[in-house]
Write a protein that binds this ligand. Structure first.
Ligand code: NAD
Ligand code: DAU
Length: 357
């Protein structure tokens, strides 16, 4: 069985990826995570004590630590999920995004290169560095524009997107210059269990469960292409095993929705599962000031991964959303734990100044 170093594995997508990898028993996993506000070790509680899973608290930007872990565990692959991932936070405080997404990815690449260069030729051939990126690097689409392809020029609009674009360029350069066997995936908005409730879908679910306003930025007509997190994790595993070295792969849900429709669908599910006698959840919808520089539309053309590797998203949006809402209802301990000081402070910081007069 191969050993993989997963970074950012205590976050939303990384944790779902590790749980899937261990369920399918295809890899021993070393999880390196700094444990920022977005992480949650509860996500991985079921793996505690497993001999094929090791957690290490640390920063991808810590070159000595990463080099030590590579020497110690001799992984066949690195999968880099670690990032500052929330656009609104990047608008309020961009510096952390440069540190982790740009400098951190650079240090991780540099430690990986030095490790890889010392491997035997056959192990060098086997090794992969898979970098998980985003469709936001391509910028914003107009309603009639074709979906993002792998050759769409980069045009990042937020500090978050710019930091991810920079990291993608470093990954590309490490392949081109040093021959490091890299793979990059650019995916659309993920949803599913275990997502920190600063992002639209879990924020809406938690606020609606509490009878609080459901904030919609601007006119609610911005479009995102929603991808169920398990579909995404399966695609990453496939790219890791069969992707062509040095290539990038777009991963999307083939599922474009306006934000208003997404929030209305969540409200309809909650009306069914936890009906209120005196109001419908949709009455909580509240339009608030728009996000500065808000990208209008994202859409992914995933024909390359579909044709080359045979991947297609499997989850249907209505059933995926139902599973997601049900997960938050079924896990009150997880929900109560994340409703910590840090989360409350974020709601105040981001939403107080967005109220419309
Ligand atoms: P997340 O914010 O839920 O989790 C990020 C994890 O990275 C956290 O556990 C955090 O502690 C860890 N981390 C942050 N800085 C670190 C550092 N310096 N060193 C080590 N660990 C660190 O993010 P997510 O939603 O799971 O996203 C994972 C990756 O996928 C990110 O690279 C993100 O840019 C990308 N992505 C996410 C989405 C999405 O919809 N969530 C879509 C496209 C791409
Ligand atoms: O497209 C991929 C990206 O998707 C990832 O790279 C990012 O890591 C991830 O955070 C996500 O970015 P978005 O900005 O699209 O996700 P978010 O959930 O923050 O917002 C989704 C849409 O909903 C966006 O148009 C803004 C809007 N929104 C968001 C929040 C938090 C609201 O209307 N109200 C809100 O309170």
């Amino acid at each position: 069985m191969q050993t993989v170093l997963v970074t950012g594995g205590a976050g939303f997508i990384g944790a779902n990826f590790i749980l899937l990898a261990r369920k399918l028993a295809w890899a021993n996993v070393i999880n390196l995570d700094k444990l920022t506000y977005a992480s949650n070790l509860e996500n991985l509680a079921e793996l505690q004590g497993e001999k094929n899973y090791h957690f290490v608290q640390g920063d991808i930007g810590n070159f000595e630590l990463v080099s030590y872990l590579l020497e110690q565990y001799q992984p066949e692959a690195i999968i880099n999920f670690a990032a500052e991932s929330h656009v609104d936070r990047s608008i309020l405080n961009p510096e952390n995004f440069i540190q982790t997404n740009v400098v951190g990815t650079f240090q991780l690449l540099e430690a990986s290169r030095l490790y890889w260069q010392k491997l035997s030729p056959s192990r060098q051939q086997q090794f992969r560095f898979l970098h998980v990126s985003t469709d936001e690097v391509y910028g914003s689409l107009k309603s009639q524009d074709a979906a993002f392809r792998e050759d769409t020029p980069y045009a990042p609009n937020s500090p978050y997107a710019a930091s991810k674009a920079a990291s993608d360029h470093f990954v590309r350069a490490y392949h081109h210059t040093y021959g490091l066997p890299t793979l990059t995936t650019n995916c659309s908005n993920n949803y599913g269990p275990r997502q920190f409730p600063e992002k639209l879908i879990p924020l809406t679910i938690l606020n609606a469960m509490d009878g609080k306003p459901l904030p919609i930025y601007g006119d609610g007509q911005n479009i995102r292409d929603w991808l169920y997190v398990i579909d995404h994790c399966e695609a990453i595993q496939l790219v890791l095993q069969q992707g062509k070295i040095g290539e990038t792969y777009n991963i999307g849900g083939l599922n474009e929705q306006t934000n208003l429709i997404v929030v209305e669908k969540i409200c309809a599910i909650l009306d069914e599962l936890v009906p209120k006698s005196d109001y419908s959840h949709s009455s909580l919808i509240t339009f608030v000031k728009d996000r500065p520089g808000h990208d209008r539309r994202y859409a992914i053309d995933c024909s390359k991964i579909s044709q080359d590797l045979g991947w297609q998203p499997q989850e249907n949006f209505d059933s995926g959303l139902l599973k997601t809402v049900q997960w938050y209802l079924d896990n009150p301990e997880w929900v109560n734990q994340v409703r910590s000081g840090a989360y409350k402070n974020w709601l105040k910081q981001n939403y107080d100044h967005k109220k419309l007069e």
